[in-house]
Design a protein around this ligand. Structure first.
Ligand SMILES: CSC[C@H]1O[C@@H](n2cnc3c(O)ncnc32)[C@H](O)[C@@H]1O
Ligand SMILES: [Zn+2]
Length: 449
């Protein structure tokens, strides 16, 4: 306590036109403020109260801005930004086998993963994403990139039963995973390791169970692409006599530390299985649309109480990492698909991009809402713009009218990693230059062989 009776804190974000807590009671303070200390939120409320109570090392005056929790991207292959546009307008199977897997075997190396992930981190933070859940190869290099920029991330080492860029002999996958897990003994706590089994059609049941056991032993999130296409459901049905979700349930894979990416082709009974096992789902709508995989039954999954987050998937199937456009589309497409304009409200979709995503990743206790005791991951959106004026309902504007380019400031653990639309502590033009240099080789190899 200071002589003036004020409590010293590291940061005070005040005079924001609106603060959306995105917690269970969905409080909105207009105007509002957030105080944080040592990376943790210590107060959220009306700005007059917080200004009276706290003296901050740094105070941000946020008139014209809206403050909300950092967005959570629950499904990314961040390094694939270097493959953006190399396989457009194809169905998943053709896209993967004819374009992506050959390109990956040729180019994916540790430096590729580091550069591609750094590039994606720049795109993500500038668009208000503070946490991403990744899955790729040489995943230590993705962790290095997230650490460098200051983001929070769940980093999934890829596991498959065929040769990959980092495990040419699939029999050696255990060595790769052990080295990956070991590397996390030296990382900040905002980075957590995970395993990403590619899919039920590319991993054997034994591999799935082995990876899940390892995740259970270490308390890690297990990730997998599930029921993404009708082809997958047929293939798994013919191999194992049951659907992908039922197969995973029978193998003991589904629980609250399992994240199912996609879950497009799931019936009512499978939705109940996901809900009862408390497995999470990443809704990757734009990727599912672009690959014409289908439209997931999101309203039914929300109704069943499944923890659901939004995911972009990688840049080779989306082709961006923009959670604002995912929110806007998710709030609209299911209305048309289910002939019901009341489904997927703006509030439900915003909650998926924040609290729902955090819960699906098992991080609901530390991020996803602005509450005392949670980490200070926040985003300030500049609302003083023609396309956001006048404003009657901040949630409506955020989901239906705001753009990722409206994000002005971003904090992770109370550290400003974007100030005034500029990424801090990173030479972004150098990253872009290196990406262009590498792309020249990729272009020559893939398009002028
Ligand atoms: C271990 S995950 C990385 C692996 O997955 C590939 N991939 C990217 N997007 C998708 C998708 O939507 N479905 C299936 N596989 C996908 C990526 O190219 C890597 O090979
Ligand atoms: Zn994916």
């Amino acid at each position: 306590m200071r002589s003036d009776g004020k409590i010293p804190v590291d940061g005070l974000l005040t005079r924001a036109d609106h603060v959306l807590t995105c917690d269970a009671s969905f409080r909105v303070f207009s105007p509002g403020a957030v105080a944080f200390h040592r990376g943790t939120i210590v107060a959220v409320g009306p700005c007059s109260e917080l200004e009276e109570r706290y003296a901050a090392k740094e105070t941000w005056s946020l008139q014209g801005h809206l403050l909300l929790p950092g967005l959570v991207n629950t499904h990314v292959h961040a390094a694939m930004s270097l493959f953006r546009g190399v396989g457009d307008d194809l169905p998943l199977h053709h896209w993967l086998h004819e374009r992506i897997f050959p390109a990956e075997s040729r180019f994916v190396r540790p430096q590729f993963v580091h550069l591609g992930t750094l590039l994606s981190c720049v795109e993500m933070v500038l668009g208000g994403t503070t946490t991403f859940c990744d899955g790729y190869f040489f995943e230590e290099s993705a962790a290095d990139a997230a650490e460098r920029i200051g983001m929070r991330a769940v980093l999934g080492q890829g596991v498959l039963n065929f040769p990959t860029p980092d495990v040419p002999d699939p029999a050696r996958i255990a060595d790769r995973v052990a080295a990956f897990l070991e590397s996390f003994s030296r990382r900040p706590s905002r980075l957590t390791p995970s395993l990403f089994c590619h899919a039920p059609y590319s991993c054997t049941p034994e591999t799935l169970q082995w990876a899940k056991d390892l995740c259970r032993d270490h308390g890690l999130l297990f990730q997998i692409h599930v029921s993404e296409t009708a082809w997958e459901v047929q293939e798994i049905q013919s191999r194992y006599g049951r659907s992908p979700v039922r197969l995973l349930k029978d193998l003991g894979i589904l629980d609250k530390r399992t994240l199912c990416a996609h879950a497009v082709w799931v019936d009512e009974e499978e939705i109940q299985i996901l809900a009862q096992t408390r497995a999470g789902v990443s809704h990757s709508l734009e990727s599912n649309l672009k690959l014409a995989s289908g439209i997931a039954p999101l309203p039914a999954m929300i109704g069943a109480g499944i923890p659901i987050g939004l995911g972009t998937d990688g840049c080779a199937s989306n082709n961006d990492l923009d959670l604002f456009s995912e929110m806007s589309l998710a709030a609209k497409i299911h209305k048309a698909a289910f002939d019901d304009p009341t489904v997927c409200s703006a509030r439900q979709v915003l909650l998926m991009a924040t609290q729902g995503g955090a819960r699906a990743l098992g991080l609901g206790g530390i991020i996803g809402s602005l509450e005392v005791g949670k980490r200070a991951d926040l985003v300030a959106v500049d609302m003083d713009q023609a396309h956001l004026t006048p404003l009657y309902d901040p949630v409506s504007h955020l989901v239906y009218a705001a753009r990722s380019s409206d994000v002005r400031h971003v904090w992770v653990d109370g550290v400003p990693i974007v100030r005034d639309g500029t990424v801090q502590n990173l030479d972004v033009s150098q990253v872009l230059g290196e990406a262009r240099t590498l792309a020249r080789k990729i272009r020559t190899a893939l398009f002028q062989p």
